[in-house]
Design a protein around this ligand. Structure first.
Ligand SMILES: *[C@@H]1O[C@H](CO)[C@@H](O)[C@H](O)[C@H]1NC(C)=O
Length: 335
């Protein structure tokens, strides 16, 4: 090879990285704008304009093949330290192929959920957690028919739970724990689409009875703990359901626990700190997957059913009831 052709080869190699960059130039521009809107946080120093945003080195950025090019599919900003308060960056609306958006553990992220989010017409998963975002759940989310999963836990959101949430046709998971939501659980919450399996609303200021319509839901995980809910929650139970975890602790629920049907795959049942009465369900020992039970601080009575995984449940799980008895508590008095 002549010196000239070696020179040409070297020249081509020198330019190859730039030519083969996967990152869509428009997406790159938007990401750099987002970084600027967040005040150039040091956690995003990997967002370097001279490198490929799709080479897996840009913190929290994941791309996917779209037609002939690559587009940003996932933006997951977790534990980004912002020295000063910033709202959700408005340029986020200009990543049209985004499927998953996550702002997590950003205490200095403030303001409300901006309407610009509605421009993300491919978004399936929206997660804003452990931030200082406030205000209500905005109505424009009801137009985002692609949404499958909403997680707004650990923020400062308030207002009533929107009645329209179950009208999202693809939603299967809703988490609104640890905010300031108040008022009742809407009647419409019984009409989530088929496949809806994950509902967690713990640590809010929800009041009133659980609507009877919720009996229709077959939830895998339900967490309503730490609210001010009252009345009958037995309709959440059912022996034909596929429930794995039920958390109802720290409310004012009042129903006969001995009469509930238990899902065969139940792993966790926490109904502590309520006003439950009756006995413990006789079928508890037949639950092969049961690993956690807490019925403490209720008005339960009668013999603790023995056998199966019940041997691994400690006595504190039964504390502060009316007259529960039998292992691990003292033996029942026979008359
Ligand atoms: C972001 O930066 C802060 C300090 O500036 C650091 O404590 C934190 O671990 C960083 N987060 C990540 C995900 O690297």
């Amino acid at each position: 090879m002549s010196h000239l052709s070696i020179g040409v080869v070297l020249l081509v190699l020198a330019f190859t990285p730039a030519l083969s960059e996967l990152c869509n130039p428009q997406d790159k521009k938007v990401l750099l704008q987002i970084k600027k809107e967040l005040g150039n946080p040091s956690n995003l120093s990997s967002w370097n304009p001279t490198t490929d945003c799709c080479d897996n080195n840009w913190e929290g950025v994941t791309c996917g093949a779209q037609d002939q090019s690559y587009r940003v599919y996932v933006l997951d900003l977790t534990d980004v330290y912002l020295p000063k308060p910033h709202p959700i960056p408005p340029s986020i609306g200009n990543l049209p192929y985004l499927k998953m958006l996550r702002f997590n553990m950003i205490p200095n992220m403030v303001g409300t959920i901006p309407p610009i989010i509605a421009k993300l017409t491919n978004l399936r998963s929206l997660s804003i957690t452990y931030t200082s975002i406030s205000g209500q759940i905005p109505l424009f989310l009801s137009q985002m028919k692609t949404l499958e999963s909403i997680d707004f836990s650990y923020n400062k959101l308030s207002g009533n739970l929107p009645h329209w949430l179950p009208s999202l046709p693809n939603i299967f998971s809703l988490s609104l724990d640890r905010n300031r939501f108040s008022g009742p659980i809407p009647d419409s919450f019984g009409s989530f689409p088929e496949g809806f399996t994950y509902l967690t609303l713990s640590g809010n200021r929800l009041t009133g009875n659980i609507p009877a319509t919720l009996a229709k839901l077959d939830l895998k995980i339900v967490d309503l703990s730490k609210n001010m809910l009252e009345g009958d929650a037995s309709l959440l139970f059912g022996s034909a359901k596929h429930t794995e975890r039920i958390y109802l602790a720290n409310n004012r629920f009042s129903f006969d626990l001995g009469k509930v049907g238990l899902s065969k795959i139940l792993m966790i049942l926490d109904v502590s700190h309520n006003r439950l009465y009756g006995t413990l369900p006789k079928r508890l020992p037949s639950l092969k997957h049961l690993i956690w039970l807490d019925v403490s601080y209720n008005n339960l009575c009668g013999e603790i059913p023995q056998g199966g995984n019940m041997k691994d449940i400690s006595d504190s799980a039964y504390a502060h009831n009316n007259c529960l008895c039998g292992s691990p508590l003292p033996t029942c008095k026979r008359f």
